[in-house]
Design a protein around this ligand. Sequence first.
Ligand code: AMP
Ligand code: MG
Length: 397
Amino acid sequence: MKFHQARACVIERVTEARVMAPVEEVVLESAAGRVLAENVLADRDLPVLARSVRDGFAVHAEDVPGTLRMVGEVRAGGLFEGAVGSGEAVEIMTGAPVPRGANAVVMVEHVTRGSDGSVTTDRVAESGQFINPQGCEARAGEALLTPGKRLGFADIALLATVGKAQVAVYAQPRVALLATGDEIVGVTDQPREFQIRNSNVYSLAAQVARAGGIPEILPVAKDEYEDTRRLLERGLASDLLLISGGVSAGKYDIVERVLADLGAEFFFDRVLIQPGQPLVFGRVRDKFFFGLPGNPASTMVTFELFARAAVGLLGGEMQVDLPVMAAPLTRDFRHKTGLTRFLPATICWTSAGPQLTPIGWRGSGDVPALTRANAFLVADEDRAEWKAGEWMQVLLK
Ligand code: AMP
Ligand code: MG
């Protein structure tokens, strides 16, 4: 299956089968990164009064250029009780409500003050200039945020703006992480020369947490039927099961067989990508699972491309997107067509604009190279070559 089809399959399957997570209340300070479970309405017009966006003088636009009589001052946090009449001006600060009568603000930089308290400007003013009209950002009662949105810092600001100190969010999905492999030992174990420390559950735990889930790390399963079955069944107590390793074509890759015996339905078990080709996605006992290939880069990349969307959707998100952009290459790039490749790269902003540089790596096991990357360049399956300076797609890491 091609990359886009596989991703669409994950989103479609999880969206249609998910039962919305329970709702809980959190305080504003803890709401960032959570998924909103209620409609948030404007409690009043935003802004509630017409406001000045400059320091200057509130005037009748028709009166300038000219000399005006100063009749008062209004600052942020104050209100000018009177009205600005013809030939008059009120000194106004940024953020202050525009007094009645005035229909423009002249910037303080464009005015000279007379010794008699008058102000003179030689500039014309357009009606409405430097004024944000009442309700121009939102009207009272308008829905500003809707359920299913993951709350970012601007959303938090909006919640505070409308006076919400507590907010309803969806419970975070619990995501079981099961590493498999006879060669895998614990982080604090002293590995023999043929053994490897278990890094995948830790990278996955970090990725799950960033995706809004709660990671639950299980003991490592041996490449042996009974042990794998017992631990897979344990993992099915969570909302989503992520398995690392054991899904390739090797003699001891038994994860798919065990899942099949547990009654699993498989939606795909190979995707035309690199790294991560042997990726498996399915459902068993009403729980979705991913069998992520065990090579660390494969595990990390397939999580970002597929499992992250499932975590988001199970957590109540309405829309799950990949953070993709494009940037010009600093050098030529070529690959063999047929697979969509996601390869470590750096993207940085230089005086010449964005620049994308592939990072040399020694294949899917090369974790050091991955730590040097801040992005994955995306090489389309149907194009073999990109010249330096040509734009290429990038997935942010
Ligand atoms: P597999 O997909 O089971 O064939 O695993 C492929 C390779 O990935 C193994 O040979 C290990 O080098 C590596 N690997 C598998 N599981 C882990 C893990 N939990 N942590 C780190 N590396 C792993
Ligand atoms: Mg293995």
